[in-house]
Design a binder for this molecule. Structure first.
Ligand SMILES: [Zn+2]
Length: 101
């Protein structure tokens, strides 16, 4: 297996663990997300798509909409807004698939 694949697999494991701990041990979630993001930036590997839009870049928590994040849909500008419990706001367009850089 290539190194990139190994790292991607490790990131997936970390993020799955992060997801499992959100409700009981949010501090762990933050730690796992932090580690996954560190791998992502060190090896320039994107966070897997299914987790990418559920992570707070400020506090490293993973969101469950309605549980620890408010989700607002702005139909006019076609944007979804996630407001984290730490106060951070992230916006995603939902019309076209678009990569962040
Ligand atoms: Zn946050």
């Amino acid at each position: 297996m290539k190194r990139k694949e190994l790292i991607l697999e490790r990131m997936n494991q970390l993020l799955e663990l992060a997801e499992k701990n959100i409700k009981d041990k949010p501090e762990r979630t933050k730690r796992y997300v932090g580690l996954a993001r560190k791998l992502s930036s060190r090896y320039r590997i994107a966070i897997p798509e299914r987790f990418k839009k559920r992570i707070c870049k400020s506090c490293n928590i993973m969101w469950i909409p309605g549980y620890n994040a408010k989700v607002q849909l702005n139909k006019r500008s076609k944007v979804v807004e996630y407001k984290c419990e730490c106060g951070a706001l992230r916006r995603f367009g939902y019309t076209k698939k678009r990569d962040d850089r």
